[in-house]
Ligand binder design. Structure first.
Ligand code: G3P
Length: 217
């Protein structure tokens, strides 16, 4: 499973990229607003740090506007992925970019039918939002399983990018459900390594090692 980090914070991206765990980055207008940074500058900087796919979302909601903005964003760097909303206008724009060989991430997906449409217009990634479905008492993870089944039934190559991940359990469940990618907030990525038995076990090893009075170097 590929890991993308879901943030527009440069420091987090740099630190995580250095771990070797990061395959790409996703941003959205809310994350850019939270960073307080200029959108195009941030995308340029992220692309200089991470060679993998970097999703940059259009702001327009009409087809022509999305195409114009996407064309502009795609020029920032070769690894920019154009992020488009799952509306008919967005799907039309997705088809435009697919035909030009420009990668796309179709976002705000909340149903299997929406994911089917995105695959049919050649989306590179489909982003089902797990956490936001859970928020309204629906089962976000079932959507991942349904999309996996549908894409496998018809050999669609669109990758399932599990988004709106809120917890370490979401990551495990998305991996079990066959998501190709998970885009994860930085804090959740760090939590993936945590286990109380690892912590207590290491504390004991450190204590016992000290008691030997030895040094490896
Ligand atoms: O980037 C899209 C998605 O991951 C947003 O997550 O937590 O705002 O629902 P959230």
């Amino acid at each position: 499973m590929k890991f993308f980090v879901d943030t527009a914070e440069i420091k987090d991206i740099r630190d995580l990229y250095e771990t070797g765990l990061l395959d790409g980055v996703t941003t959205n207008p809310s994350l850019v607003a939270k960073s307080g940074r200029n959108f195009k500058e941030v995308i340029r900087e992220i692309c200089e740090i991470v060679p993998g796919p970097v999703s940059a979302e259009v702001a327009a909601t009409d087809h022509a506007g999305m195409v114009a903005e996407g064309e502009h964003l795609a020029k920032i760097a070769d690894n920019v992925v154009i992020k488009l909303p799952l509306t008919f206008e967005g799907l039309r724009a997705c088809r435009h970019f697919s035909q030009k060989g420009i990668k796309t991430n179709v976002t705000l997906c909340f149903s299997a039918n929406q994911a089917l449409l995105a695959a049919k217009v050649g989306a590179t990634y489909i982003s089902p939002f797990i956490g936001r479905l859970d928020d309204i008492n629906l089962e976000g993870m079932q959507l991942i399983r349904d999309i996996r089944q549908i894409y496998d039934n018809y050999n669609f190559s669109t990758e399932i990018l599990a988004a709106s991940i809120r917890s370490a359990n979401h990551v495990t469940e998305a991996a079990l459900a066959g998501a190709d990618v998970a885009t994860i907030p930085p804090a959740v990525i760090y939590k993936l390594a945590d286990h109380p038995l690892t912590k207590s076990g290491l504390e004991q090893f450190v204590k016992d090692w000290k008691s030997t009075g030895q040094s490896i170097l």
